[in-house]
Ligand binder design. Structure first.
Ligand code: 6PG
Length: 468
């Protein structure tokens, strides 16, 4: 067997297969490995006429690849990654590169980099976003780690990535696990935006009384304006999908229990560890948890009638417009939280992240791509050291404007007993962030009262304790 293939892919599920076919569309040859013979065969069938081979044999697979070998893993995060690396290692040579393109936890990536360094094998953690379709036609790609490793695959990644204004949505983002960290925060933002959209849907359906066709029209309209984004676009489409098993709309038949694979939770957990507030991402994770309590919600529901008396009558068109403005406001705040987390993580983990680059490569291919990201990119071009998007002059006006709508929408939802944890968290984040004087002086006093934890004063330097 001759070593003729430019690139190797392990894991030929739909993502792996599509990514590999995308590579071959750009003139590179590629080999795929999967333990499931059907998947290896499916690849060959789909790629007939192209420079592609599928196999179930690790030794054959490795032998087919040009050195230094470039091998990408698209297998489930966790134990599977370590197990694949374990079977691969005996066949590799010094200088070969393994790329983990799954949603691995960044701490696992750091561990793997160290373990493989000892074997003189390069290891790169890389986020890939865009789902199956993105993998096939152009995802957003978030590689990190050794720049030398990136150089080995840069031509391939730049060819396959989504393009915006001719620029590929890929860049070397920073050291060690930077790629997986950025992908994790991408997903945290994704959770936040999805929950906001779900709350908007709830309000429009249950208070404004919009049916699915009307919801489709509203979202379609939003997608032609400032809210233009992948998630708004697919939501508009979702409303119009008929039920394949019966009458009516598919959406109305889907059980309201949202699953999660963990990346949103990791974002919140790590933000908490660093002391960085990301309440809208936290709210989204919490709401998935509440959604999972279907049985309990069903038990509680008859005891707590949701209808609140004497709520003010809202004009339907006004409410629709307010929800759109509230969404735009809350989208900005959600990106602000995620970008702030990245800024702090860059210092904490010495990643050397460039926020402008991250906003740039998120403009296309990924799940959180949105017109807003171009504004975010510009904010970081103007102020590379920007601490928080809310401090950018470019966002002062839209945020000041949108907060009024968000306030009204939340009041209306509260009057009707509808939960708006994500909208509320975005507004409260804003209200707290812009508030020079918070009541947390009292918390300090309480801590000192019961635990002698000391406090600082606003008027005199030093650390104080009082015998209360
Ligand atoms: C992407 C997605 C992708 C995956 C999510 C789903 O960027 O392409 O984020 O990675 O669909 O991880 O996550 P949950 O199952 O946790 O919702």
């Amino acid at each position: 067997m001759t070593s003729t293939y430019d690139f190797g892919m392990i894991g030929l599920g739909v993502m792996g297969r599509n990514f590999l076919l995308n590579i071959t569309d750009h003139g590179f040859s590629a080999a795929g490995l999967d333990l499931d013979p059907d998947k290896a065969a499916a690849l060959e069938a789909e790629a007939s006429g192209k420079a592609v081979r599928g196999t179930i044999d690790t030794a054959d697979f490795v032998r087919m690849l040009k050195t230094p070998r470039k091998i990408m893993l698209l297998v489930p995060a966790g134990k599977a990654v370590d197990s694949v690396i374990g079977t691969l290692l005996p066949h590799l040579e010094h200088g070969d590169l393994i790329i983990d393109a799954g949603n691995s936890h960044f701490e696992d990536t750091n561990r793997r980099i160290e373990e493989l360094q000892a074997r003189d094998v390069l290891f790169m953690g890389m986020g890939v976003s865009g789902g199956a379709e993105g993998a096939r036609i152009g995802p957003s790609i978030m590689p990190g780690g050794n720049p030398e490793a990136y150089r080995l695959v840069a031509p391939i990644l730049e060819a396959v990535a989504a393009k915006v204004d001719g620029e590929p949505c890929v860049a070397h983002l920073g050291s060690t696990s930077a790629g997986h960290y950025v992908k994790m925060v991408h997903n945290g933002i994704e959770y936040g935006l999805m929950q906001l959209i779900a709350e908007a849907y709830d309000i429009l359906r249950n208070i404004a009384g919009l049916n699915n066709k009307e919801l489709h029209q509203v979202f379609k309209g939003w997608n032609q304006g400032a809210l233009q984004s992948f998630l708004i676009e697919i939501t508009a489409n979702i409303f119009l999908k008929g039920d394949n098993l019966g009458e009516g709309w598919l959406l109305d038949k889907i059980l309201d229990k949202a699953k999660q694979k963990g990346t949103g939770k990791w974002t919140s957990q790590n933000a908490m560890d660093m002391g960085i507030p990301t309440p809208t991402i936290d709210a989204a994770v919490t709401m998935r948890g509440l959604s999972a309590l279907k049985m309990e919600r069903k038990m509680a529901s008859p005891h707590y009638n949701r209808a609140v008396e004497n709520h003010s009558k809202v004009n339907r068109d006004t409410l629709v417009a307010q929800v759109g403005e509230a969404l735009y406001f809350a989208f900005i705040v959600t990106y602000a939280q995620g970008m702030h987390q990245l800024t702090e993580a860059s210092k904490e983990y010495n990643y050397g992240l460039n926020l402008e680059t991250i906003a740039r490569i998120w403009r296309g291919g990924c799940i959180i791509r949105a017109a807003l990201l171009e504004e975010i990119r510009k904010a970081y071009t103007d102020q590379p050291e920007l601490r928080n998007l809310l401090l950018s002059p470019a966002f002062h006006e839209p945020v000041l404007h949108g907060q009024h709508a968000c306030r009204s929408v939340i009041k209306t939802a509260i009057d009707h007993g509808l939960p708006t944890l994500a909208f509320s968290s975005a507004l409260h984040y804003f209200d707290a962030y812009r508030c020079e004087q918070l009541p947390l002086n009292l918390v300090q006093a309480q801590r000192d009262y019961f635990g002698a934890h000391t406090y600082e004063r606003a008027d005199v330097e030093g650390v104080f304790h009082t015998d209360w």
